[in-house]
Design a binder for this molecule. Structure first.
Ligand code: SAM
Length: 267
């Protein structure tokens, strides 16, 4: 079984294509059919193919896994079906990345998502069981990517995360491209706090500055809150080249609240 999510039109015209290789193609039914990803598919920005690894396996049982050499618990994904599947999907393209989802890979963050958003074709391999035969790492995958320092049961959820994070960075995918530029991580900072109506809820008031309508002040307030939040929660995100900018901003603002153990960023 294979699924292809694409906009109208018979030819491949989209800016980017993802191909996902999995033993559980059914897991992807519906997941990309909502919100921003659905609109990006319909607009022809992206197409998403889902391929069943068993279609590339041989024998009556279409076996995709086997016992590990050297013994040990669990099963390992065999190399032949994975090579066959990825090579078939990559056949027409010179420029493509073959990404093995793996807890041992490069950490997938916003900057990695931005890198991949400039590629034309990304093939994602979802591992299962105890993982995949190491020859897939050595001779097939161009990249190994982890979505975080924890172990999941399979690469399907990481593949969903990957496609979602990359697709929303494609020009035209968000209603307003400025939104991607202002989100958490885009400039080494977490996003500023957002509020909507009502202006007061259970005694909690929306900050006056946001209601005042002075856009320059709102901009300064948002920047300050983004810096405060990042210093409090994720000081590791502040890149060395941003430290000067942040310190300058703190000096200028005076009143910025810093937790005691993060004052190293102050002059
Ligand atoms: N034995 C492997 C290890 O310790 O590195 C873990 C195998 S895991 C149970 C099965 C599959 O889930 C992996 O091959 C990979 O495709 C996927 N997976 C699990 N955690 C992941 C993560 N944090 N990021 C990306 N993929 C992950």
């Amino acid at each position: 079984m294979s699924l292809l999510l694409k906009g109208s039109g018979a030819l491949r015209t989209s800016q980017m294509r993802f191909d996902i290789i999995t033993i559980f193609p059914e897991m992807f039914r519906g997941i990309f059919e909502f919100g921003i990803i659905r609109r990006a598919v319909e607009a022809g920005l992206v197409e998403i193919g889902i391929s069943d690894l068993r279609d590339y396996a041989e024998g009556r049982h279409r076996q995709v896994d086997d016992r590990p050499f050297g013994g040990g618990a669990g099963m390992v994904m065999k190399p032949e079906p994975l090579f066959r599947a990825a090579e078939a999907l990559a056949a027409e393209d010179v420029a493509r990345s073959i990404v093995l989802l793996s807890p041992q890979g490069r950490l997938f963050d916003q900057s990695a998502a931005r890198d991949y958003a400039s590629r034309a074709h990304v093939i994602l391999i979802c591992g299962r069981y105890e993982g995949v035969d190491e020859r897939v790492v050595e001779g097939l995958a161009t990249d190994e990517v982890s979505i975080g320092d924890y172990v999941l049961s399979g690469g399907e959820i990481p593949a969903m995360v990957f496609v979602d994070a990359v697709t929303r960075l494609l020009p035209g995918a968000l209603g307003c491209d400025q939104s991607a530029a202002e989100e958490s991580f885009s400039d080494g900072l977490l996003d500023f706090p957002q509020y909507t109506r009502p202006p007061e809820f259970r005694g909690m008031r929306v900050p006056d500055v946001l209601i005042g309508g002075n856009h320059a002040e709102i901009g300064r307030w948002r920047k300050r809150k983004a810096i405060e939040k990042t210093l409090k929660r994720r000081p590791d995100l502040i890149r060395p080249d941003l430290i000067d900018a942040v310190s300058g901003f703190e000096r200028e603002q005076g009143e910025i609240e810093l937790p005691a153990d993060e004052r190293e960023y102050e002059d």
